[in-house]
Design a protein around this ligand. Structure first.
Ligand code: AMP
Length: 423
C-alpha cells in the first residue's frame, strides 16, 4: 500500500505495547500513592485556549500548532500540551468549588508540528500532572518528588538528573529581566535571529536556546537567584528542604528556564543520561497566574509533563508474559467442537485461551510456542472418547494426562506452578 503514516506520527506496534503499558501502569500507581485523580480532556480545543494559556512568544504557539478551521468556521487546535486543557476543564466544571485543592493527572497524545527526529515527533504522548490550590513550598517539593519517583521507577535513579531553579515572581523577575536584557545587548553579534527578537520580548527564553552560539553567549549571564525577593527566596529554600526530606537527588541550575511564559517560582527539568540532544524527559513548574489568565479564580498551581516516547526509548526490553493455555485439536469436526467448548470454559474461568484449528498438529504447536503460552491442552479422538486431555508444559516438553472434568483446577495449579518457577 502506498499510503503511509504521517511523518512524525508513529504506530505503536504490539511488540512495543508492553513497555507502554508498564510506563502507564507505573504512572497510575504512583499518582494514586500521591492522591492524584485522572482527568481526560479532549484532544482538540478552541485555538484561543492555547493562545491565551501558552503565550504568543513561544515556539509552540508561533510555529508548532496544528490549527485549522472546522466545518462550522471555528478555529480549533490539536492540543500541543495538556496544562491549558486541564485548567479549562477545571474552570468549566467548577471543580475548585467542590474541592479547593485539585490534584489531577492525564495521559495521552499531544501534537506539535516540529521537525521530526529521534525523540521528537509530531504526535507524541505525555504523562501530565497538575496540582491546584496549594501555594506553599512543600506542595512544590512533593510534586517534584512525585515526578522524581516516576522517573526513577521507570529508568532507575542513576539514569536521570533532576535540575531545579526558581524563576521568581511578578515582583522580582522584572529586575532580573532588565539585567539579562542589558547583558544580552552586549552579545548581539553572536545571538541567533530568534534570540535577537526575544531578547526584548522575552529575554529568559534566550537562556533556553539550543543554538550553540547562543549557548556560549549566555555563559556569563546574570542568574535569577541573585534577584529573588525575600518571599521567593524563602519559598525556594522551603522547596529544597522538602526535596531533601523526600530523598530526591537534584542539582540546582540557575540557568534553567522553561519554554512557556507562565511559569513562576519553582521550575524543574529531568534529563536522561544517554538520550543525546533530545534528553529532556520531563519538565514543569509553578504557574501562579495561569488559572486567572484563563478566566478562572486567582489560584496558583504547579505541574509537569513527561514525554512517554523518551521514557520508553530508555527502557530495556520488556517481555509481555503470556499466561494461559493454547488448545491444540486434531482435525476432526467433533474434536474441534469439543475443543471450542474447552476454550470457552477456560476463558469463563479467567484463563486466557487461544487456538488455531484447521492446521497441522505441528503448525498449531508452533503457534502456541510463538505466542509464548506456557501450556498446551491437546485434544484428539482418543481424549474425546476417554474424557481426558493431554497437557504439555511448553518449556520442559513434559506431558501429562488429566481428566476433562478437572481441567480448570489442574490448569490453574499448573499455571501457578509455572509462574512460581519463572518468578
Ligand atoms: P514540554 O511540554 O515542552 O515542557 O515538554 C515536556 C516533555 O514532553 C519533554 O521533556 C519531552 O520529554 C516531551 N516532548 C516535548 N515535545 C516532544 C516531541 N515533539 N516529541 C516527543 N516528546 C516531546
Amino acid at each position: 500500500m502506498d499510503i503511509k503514516a504521517i511523518r512524525g506520527m508513529n504506530d505503536i506496534l504490539p511488540r512495543e505495547a508492553a513497555r507502554w503499558r508498564l510506563v502507564e501502569d507505573t504512572a497510575r500507581r504512583i499518582f494514586s500513592l500521591y492522591g492524584f485523580s485522572e482527568l481526560r480532556p479532549p484532544v482538540m480545543e478552541r485555538t484561543e485556549l492555547f493562545l491565551r494559556g501558552i503565550g504568543d512568544d513561544t515556539d509552540v504557539v508561533e510555529k508548532q500548532m496544528y490549527t485549522f478551521t472546522d466545518k462550522g468556521g471555528d478555529s480549533v487546535t490539536l492540543r500541543p500540551e495538556a496544562t491549558a486543557c486541564v485548567l479549562r476543564s477545571v474552570i468549566e466544571h467548577g471543580l475548585l468549588n467542590a474541592d479547593p485543592v485539585q490534584k489531577l493527572y492525564s495521559i495521552g497524545p499531544m501534537f506539535r508540528y516540529e521537525r521530526p527526529q529521534k525523540g521528537r515527533y509530531r504526535q507524541f504522548h505525555q504523562i501530565n500532572a497538575e496540582r491546584l490550590g496549594e501555594d506553599g513550598p512543600f506542595a512544590d517539593a512533593e510534586t517534584l518528588a512525585l515526578a522524581y519517583d516516576l522517573a526513577s521507577a521507570v529508568l532507575g535513579r542513576d539514569a536521570l538528573l533532576m535540575e531545579v531553579n526558581s524563576l521568581g515572581c511578578k515582583a522580582c523577575r522584572p529586575g532580573f529581566k532588565g539585567a539579562l536584557e542589558e547583558f544580552l545587548a552586549s552579545k548581539q553579534d553572536v545571538l541567533c535571529g530568534d534570540c535577537m527578537r526575544r531578547m526584548h520580548t522575552n529575554p529568559l527564553r534566550v537562556l533556553d536556546c539550543k543554538v550553540e552560539s547562543c549557548r556560549q553567549a549566555v555563559q556569563g549571564a546574570p542568574s535569577m537567584e541573585a534577584y529573588l525577593c525575600d518571599a521567593c527566596r524563602g519559598h525556594f529554600d522551603g522547596v529544597l528542604k522538602g526535596l531533601h526530606v523526600f530523598g530526591v537527588r537534584f542539582e540546582r541550575n540557575p540557568r534553567l528556564v522553561r519554554g512557556l511564559d507562565y511559569y513562576t517560582r519553582t521550575t524543574f527539568e529531568i534529563t536522561a543520561v544517554g538520550l543525546g540532544s533530545q534528553n529532556a524527559v520531563a519538565g514543569g513548574g509553578r504557574y501562579d497566574d495561569l488559572l486567572s489568565i484563563l478566566g478562572g479564580p486567582p489560584v496558583g498551581g504547579i505541574g509537569f509533563a513527561f514525554g512517554m516516547e523518551r521514557l520508553i526509548m530508555l527502557m530495556g526490553e520488556v517481555q509481555d508474559r503470556v499466561s494461559g493455555c493454547f488448545v491444540v485439536a486434531q482435525a476432526d469436526p467433533a474434536v474441534e467442537l469439543a475443543a471450542l467448548g474447552l476454550i470457552a470454559e477456560l476463558r469463563a474461568a479467567g484463563i486466557p485461551a487461544e487456538a488455531a484449528f484447521g492446521r497441522s498438529f505441528k503448525a498449531q504447536m508452533r503457534r502456541a510456542d510463538r505466542a509464548g503460552y506456557p501450556l498446551c491442552a491437546i485434544i484428539g479422538e482418543e481424549e474425546l472418547a476417554s474424557g481426558t486431555l493431554t497437557v504439555r508444559d511448553m518449556q520442559s516438553a513434559s506431558q501429562a494426562k488429566i481428566t476433562r472434568s478437572g481441567v480448570i483446577q489442574e490448569i490453574t495449579s499448573m499455571l501457578a506452578e509455572n509462574k512460581g518457577e519463572r518468578a
